[in-house]
Design a protein around this ligand. Sequence first.
Ligand SMILES: C[S@@+](CC[C@H](N)C(=O)[O-])C[C@H]1O[C@@H](n2cnc3c(N)ncnc32)[C@H](O)[C@@H]1O
Length: 205
Amino acid sequence: MDSEIKKVLDKLEKQSALEKTKQLEIPSEDRMLAITTDTGKLLNMLLRMAGAQNVLEIGMSTGYSTIWMAEAIRKNNGKVITVEKNSKKILRAKENFVSAGLTDIIEIKHGIAKEILTEMSNKEFGNYFDLVFMDADKEECINYFDLVLPMVKKNGLIVTDNMLFPEKYRPEMQKFHEYVEKNHKVVSITVPIGNGEELTIKTEE
Ligand SMILES: C[S@@+](CC[C@H](N)C(=O)[O-])C[C@H]1O[C@@H](n2cnc3c(N)ncnc32)[C@H](O)[C@@H]1O
């Protein structure tokens, strides 16, 4: 991995560890709430295996997961489109992307995910994304799934974080899992990596 990218990931992992162990008192709206390192590696590996180009992220925060994904697709002429509503986090993410040398391949869409996804679904994104990573407001996962599925390529993936942890999200995430399992166009499993990842592959258009 490029040493500048590694440096930024290391810095963000240290920040995240301070936040998770409560060694730093951070107002809730400023918390990174980042994925685990293992989840970052998993996303990176899946994208590399697929030779992926087009990625959509819902819930960027300060860009830790975005960087793991951008690193995997940067040699494929790829691009990550990422959605975030919090302008302070967007500023922090932009600094991280500059330090990692990844600004050219990351497009930030600032706003409310449901509105942005609705707008995108009316544009030229049909069967477009190799991977969609969902990591924003958990109660909207079913709505996001319905909006993004037509935008995912056949054999493309939707990855959803927090299927198992924090435990307070379990009932919501269980409902999401049951909803996805009923859809005959996908095959889906919950993988106990990091905070629990739902891997959903689109098998039919
Ligand atoms: C769990 S954090 C994302 C962490 C990030 N994926 C990472 O690993 O570094 C969730 C983010 O989603 C954003 N978010 C929550 N609801 C949203 C919405 N409706 N529209 C856009 N962004 C939203 C929050 O501001 C927060 O930064």
